[in-house]
Design a protein around this ligand. Structure first.
Ligand code: SAH
Length: 452
């Protein structure tokens, strides 16, 4: 067994979903952050647990061919990106492996794996960013938290964000500092300005600025609205979100529009979508469109089928399939997102879609009792996956095909396995990279009812 403070030479042979390299020392797996598969390195063991250990790099002896020079100045401190030290080609290979492993090892399944869909743009691809504020050296700053901490790393020009976000942030920070607006303090719960939250439609270019505050300070923000709208023609909406609670949750329930429209619009798979501060909207529009196209390919609707879209957010997936279905039935827990979904249907002249608000399992159960019998079910749950109840209900509804979309291959594989035990064959899986340079990867799964 390796011992603490032991220094050894080892080759990195794997990369975890958390972006950490893995090597073996005396038969034990040692996780070494910041390394790449193929690195030969001198490693110092810093922590030994029962079945694995952690190490840090003392020296790279021979660098991996996957290594590239990182171009971000805060990469080491910031918790956002994990894979900037390897080539994007190596990143896709790694993420494809994570998806395949989840289904074959966790799921014990043998689907056909379609080619991994890597992204063309690995920078400036995000349409949304939420920056916490803090005071450092007597000045308001914004940025991102260091991994597993609430220590703020000041950043205004994140490589994943639209370039214009940096300029907007500097304008807002300049205003906060000039007017001496107080910054929220997490430990005491005092101070006003909590987060700067920005959204930008990837196709439309429309920008929303949302200022998250502890209490209503609309009067103090009116000059900022003028400053922003005079400097940035693409800003279409400035919203104040009030979050009075002492919590890690970023947004509060109440939104007050300070300037312009309550929402911004963008297009997704050819449909216009309205985006409000509280609604879920995939952060990488271009890759989301490829993901939804894959979902449509797997769903293969014949034009006469009813499609259920569970965990539907603002309805984007269901609406992208509406022309090829007799009816779309969406279910989503956030009321504002359901409102957006309804309006999105209306503004695109889609009349065969209905949306319901509530827990996916609960609402779908009720709809089933009222005779709803979808031929195809699309599910796109959050990271923790579907509840057992939802999996049971989906199986009982016995659709011809199930298309599962997930940002967590491990829970997707778990849920696919449950459905495979209930008479579905897991036919195809495709990994899609919606989050280049970070540790996250998305996947789409096609399941169909066993013919037997
Ligand atoms: N399909 C949408 C959203 C996917 S994200 C899109 O692609 O844009 C997952 C969604 O599930 C979020 O909108 C979240 O609000 C919703 N959600 C989370 N828990 C839920 C539950 N128990 N029941 C229904 N929806 C839920």
């Amino acid at each position: 067994m390796p011992e603490k403070n032991q220094v050894c030479t080892a080759e990195i042979t794997g990369l975890t979903a958390e972006g950490s390299g893995v090597c073996r020392v005396d038969g034990m797996a040692v996780f070494v952050p910041g390394t790449a598969v193929g690195d030969m390195a001198e490693i110092k063991i810093v922590k030994v647990l029962k079945s694995y250990a952690f190490g840090i790099v003392e020296r790279i002896i021979t660098p991996s061919p996957d290594r590239v020079e990182n171009t971000c100045s805060v990469y080491k401190q910031c918790g956002g990106c994990l894979l900037r030290h390897i080539s994007y080609e190596a990143e896709c290979r790694t993420k494809d492996g994570i998806v395949r492993d989840a289904f074959t090892r966790i799921g014990g399944l043998t689907p056909k794996f379609d080619s991994f869909l890597g992204a063309e743009a690995t920078e400036h691809y995000r349409n949304k960013a939420q920056y916490p504020l803090a005071v450092q050296d007597g000045k308001a700053v914004c940025g991102f938290y260091a991994p597993r901490s609430h220590r703020l790393v000041p950043v205004t020009d994140c490589a994943l964000q639209p370039k214009v976000f940096g300029e907007i942030l500097r304008t807002v920070l300049g205003y906060i500092n000039e007017k001496k607006l107080s910054v929220y303090d997490e430990t005491t719960g005092s101070g006003i300005m909590r987060h700067i939250y920005l959204r930008r439609g990837a196709h439309s270019g429309e920008i929303m600025v949302c200022l998250v505050v502890r209490k209503d300070v609309s009067r103090q923000l009116s000059a900022l609205c003028r400053l922003l709208t005079e400097s940035f023609a693409d800003i279409k909406s400035i919203v104040m979100n009030i979050n009075p609670r002492k919590t890690n949750v970023i947004l509060g329930d109440s939104c007050v529009t300070l300037w312009g429209s309550d929402t911004i619009s963008d297009t997704m798979c050819g449909n216009t979508v309205e985006i409000s501060p509280l609604s879920f909207y995939q952060v990488n529009t271009v890759q989301a469109e490829r993901l939804y196209a894959k979902a449509l390919e797997y769903a293969a609707p014949d034009g006469n089928e009813v499609i259920a879209d569970l965990y539907c957010g603002a309805g984007t997936i269901g609406l992208s399939m509406a022309k090829k279905a007799s009816k779309i039935v969406g279910v989503e827990i956030i009321p504002q997102a359901v409102e957006n979904a309804k309006r999105n249907a209306e503004s695109n002249n889609i009349t065969n879609a209905e949306f319901h608000c509530g827990d996916a399992g609960e609402v779908f159960g009720k709809l089933r009792k009222q005779g709803c019998a979808p031929h195809i079910i699309v599910v796109d749950p959050p990271r923790k996956g579907c509840s057992q109840e939802t999996v049971d209900l989906i199986a009982e509804a016995a659709p011809r095909r199930i298309v599962m979309i997930s940002c967590n291959p491990a829970t997707a594989a778990r849920d696919a396995k449950l459905l495979s035990e209930k008479g579905y064959s897991v036919d195809k899986v495709c990994g899609v990279d919606l989050f280049p340079r970070t540790g996250h990867v998305e996947c789409v799964v096609l399941m169909s009812r066993d013919k037997g």
